[in-house]
Design a protein. Sequence first.
Length: 157
Amino acid sequence: MPFSLEIESSVSASRMFKAALIEWYNLGPKLAPEILLSGSIVEGESGAVGGIRQLNFSSVMPFSYVKERLDFIDHEKFECKVSAVEGGHLGTILESASAHFKIVPNSSGGCVVKVVTESKLKPGAVPGDDEAKAKEAMVMLFKAAEAYLVANPDAYA
């Protein structure tokens, strides 16, 4: 189930980082309510290492929620790593799951979102087609953030 993905965007790296990663738990339900129903900080602060947020999903996802911990963040390099601590496929087919995000500015003023996920399957577990669904959902979510930021040039500036 581990995968890597690159998504090009016309939006600056700093705006994409703030909107799609740091504040996604707030913005996502407004932009993609068909996937993300709600989100909240359940421990710590948004954008602070050790903080835990919960994302609640609609029935289009194969699980109802995930709690993720911010393990690493570099606001200057637009990079962070999160690990699932509860929900998602943890306990059913996965022993662990994490995602590393790095948003790299490009010469046109936009950026490239680089995503690398890691996961460890439980013994005997079969991942199914969740990788394709996860990639598709991730692209859709970053593209929703991009569309919002293009339409709202002062947001997350």
